[in-house]
Design a protein around this ligand. Structure first.
Ligand code: WT7
Length: 656
């Protein structure tokens, strides 16, 4: 098997930062030179400038036992102190940390002083319950200020939090609680989603029940319950405690102790392509350094003036690094929204941007494409003129969606940072710097200063520019994962075995570098198709389809084919506006021809199915494996990790 991925699509549009933007931007071109001259000294400077250390470090990187890295190992710090107390001590206690907007419309501003007070009390509560350094605490919560406070309370006492996304079932929660050996669960009576209360406490009760009747007890000793609504909850005396009662009764004094830089900060479970979820382990000093640095230079955060909004849930890594840790370490003011984008009306996000004067918005392509599907008239009803910078994360953003995002949401002028990274990388790795980089729609462009990547063939040799290959990270980085919880062998096997002789981290993604040196992400290598001996990327064909005026979203898979080995099969969603104005007759055939014109006959889909929805995980990623089952006429496989499990039966019917 060749790892070369054919490259077919060209994008020639370029957008330079405006002189005004460049003049005020925090990230400058000199950072690249500085990092190139001495990478470790560069990261040491960031760590010293962005973090307040209890005890300074003398060693930057210890890579004597690869792939187990240590960064700033003899330094000590308290992560929560860095996100809270020091801002209050610097006289910024009255600055708003969180502009909370509940889905039902309730809102609340929480200042740095208030958040610090809450976290100190919560830290005392946790200690009172016997939670100490190294203990695991699971959080199963809606997007409310207390969720951020709970993370920071764990960090403050050296406990390891493991946030489980509130949309996961009792079973998924239980398997994560067991794997982590959690001592405490922090949950809520419920949270608001899509206009309804989604009950969280009952799922915790179910998860903690002796499920198989064989006395298999969970490791959890207590459940702290935050009151979000007025929702009825069952109560287990002795085990369950109300958060508000405990917090009110707790002392407001708590001194933050410094912990070694490699103290585990959190475990976050991510489902690999197969098998049981992996508990990705992140530690303190290096993680916080890179999260804060990237939030500053990529999101260009000016804490005194910006109103920043990252729309990710804290159940994902994006919510860890770019809601809780990065922005709070930088003393930023941010919006925290509890609900879904379409509740109670499809313009809800834009109403929030207008209400708070959001200046920097960071979201995912899947959201952008769903807004495109509804049409620009919805955002255009709101005043979005405060927006000065946009960000994208989670998937390749195809050039059409990029240009729409800039025009409709960014007023035709806001730069877009397309940021590539992973749960495992902890923080942004590849991205433009918005005041420096000439932007190319659809490309994440360059590794950020201090990060080194390469695109290689299966032997680890760098491929020529213009050719596709495998994306690897060639040197350790501060926010890298430190392991998989309880399974060091799996850590080595999954990420480091493939290029063991070179010491490269293999990210699992295909990528290509173009003649300008810009990096294009081509999708997960497991999804790459082989058509008549050509390796085609899902991302490019999907991008071509979305480039057609009729198409809102597309997913492409390779289905086995007698003549070509694999054939391209596409599933597309048509824009609502387009359907109102045109007939859908012959559309599939037109789209086949369109892809042929855009990319070449080799990429022309054998079949195009027009569908109403695509199967997505709860974090918005398309599950191509299930579409492959449909395309090959098989029984559809395991759908339990889908956001909406009914979607596949609808698609199967539409395809028949
Ligand atoms: C995978 C990681 C990073 C936080 C959210 C997702 C894909 C991520 C981009 C991007 C193209 C991207 C990759 C990566 N991905 N960002 N800007 N362009 N692809 O974290 O769930 O760990 O997923 O998301 O395939 O490997 P995650």
């Amino acid at each position: 098997m060749s790892s070369q991925i054919d490259h077919l699509l060209n994008e020639s549009r370029r957008f330079s930062p405006s002189p005004e933007f460049a003049a005020q931007a925090i990230g400058t071109a000199e950072l690249y030179d500085e990092a190139k001259a001495d990478r470790e000294a560069f990261w040491a400077r960031q760590a010293n400038e962005l973090i307040t250390w209890d005890k300074s470090f003398t060693e930057v990187l210890d890579w004597s036992n690869p792939p187990f890295a240590k960064w700033f190992a003899d330094g000590t710090l308290n992560v929560a102190y860095n996100c809270l107390d020091r801002h209050v001590e610097a006289g910024n206690g009255d600055r708003v940390a969180l502009l909370f907007e509940g889905e039902p419309g309730d809102s609340r501003a929480v200042t740095y002083a208030e958040l610090t007070d809450l976290v100190k009390r919560a830290a005392n509560v946790l200690e009172g319950l016997g939670v100490t350094k190294g203990d695991r605490v699971a959080l199963y919560l809606p997007m409310i200020p207390e969720a951020v406070a709970a993370m920071l309370a764990c960090a403050r006492i050296g406990a390891i939090h493991s946030v489980v996304f509130g949309g996961f079932s009792a079973d998924s929660l239980r398997s994560r609680l067991d794997d982590a050996g959690a001592k405490l669960v922090i949950t809520a009576d419920g949270g608001y989603r899509k206009g309804k209360v989604s009950a969280l406490k009952p799922a915790v009760d179910m998860a903690l029940a002796d499920r198989n009747g064989e006395g298999e007890q969970a490791t959890v000793e207590h459940v702290l319950v935050i009151r979000r609504g007025e929702n009825e909850v069952e109560w287990t005396e002795g085990r369950d405690l109300w958060w508000h009662e405990e917090v009110e009764a707790a002392s407001p004094d708590h001194t933050a102790q410094g912990f070694e830089a490699e103290t585990p900060l959190f475990v976050l479970y991510t489902s690999g392509t197969t098998g049981k979820p992996k508990g990705i382990l992140h530690t303190s000093g290096g993680y916080l350094t890179q999260a804060a640095f990237t939030n500053r230079v990529v999101h260009d955060i000016h804490p005194e003036t910006d109103v920043y909004w990252c729309t990710a849930d804290i159940g994902w890594i994006t919510g860890h690094s770019y809601v809780t840790y990065g922005p709070l370490a930088n003393g930023a003011t941010q919006v925290l929204y509890e609900g879904t984008p379409e509740t109670p009306h499809p313009g809800r996000w834009w109403e929030i941007v207008q209400k708070y004067g959001v200046t920097v918005l960071y979201t995912a392509p899947t959201a952008i494409r769903s807004f495109m599907k509804q049409g620009r008239q919805i955002p255009q009803e709101f005043d979005l003129s405060s927006i000065r910078l946009l960000g994208s994360v989670g998937e390749p953003i195809n050039p059409e969606a990029w240009v729409w995002y800039r025009d409709v949401i960014g007023g035709g002028h806001a730069p877009i940072v397309d940021t590539w990274w992973q749960t495992e990388t902890g923080a942004i790795m590849i991205s433009p710097l918005p005041g420096v980089t000439e932007l190319t729609p659809g490309s994440a462009q360059n590794p950020i200063p201090g990060i080194e990547v390469s695109i290689v063939d299966e032997k680890g040799e760098e491929v020529e520019d213009g050719n596709g290959g495998l994306l690897v990270v060639t040197s350790p980085w501060p926010s890298m994962l430190r392991g998989i919880w309880g399974d060091p062998d799996r850590y080595v096997d999954t990420y480091w075995r493939m290029f063991a002789d070179k010491g490269y981290y293999f990210a699992g993604d295909g990528a290509r570098k173009d003649e300008d040196g810009d990096i294009w992400l081509l999708g997960r290598v497991d999804d790459v198709m082989n058509v008549s001996g050509h390796r085609l990327s899902t991302a490019e064909i999907e991008s071509a389809l979305v480039g057609n005026e009729a198409v809102a979203e597309a997913a492409v898979v390779g289905a086995s084919d007698e003549t070509t080995g694999q054939a391209v099969v596409a599933f597309v969603i048509i824009k609502e506006n387009y359907l109102r104005a045109h007939k859908a007759d012959g559309l599939a055939q037109n789209l086949r021809l369109w892809v042929g014109e855009q990319i070449g006959p080799i990429a022309r889909p054998r079949d195009i199915y027009i569908v109403g929805e695509l199967p997505k995980t709860r974090s918005g990623k398309i599950m191509r494996r299930l579409l492959r089952d449909v395309a090959e006429g098989r029984e559809v496989g395991d759908t339990t990790t889908l956001a909406d499990t009914a979607v596949m039966s609808v698609i199967s019917k539409q395809v028949k």
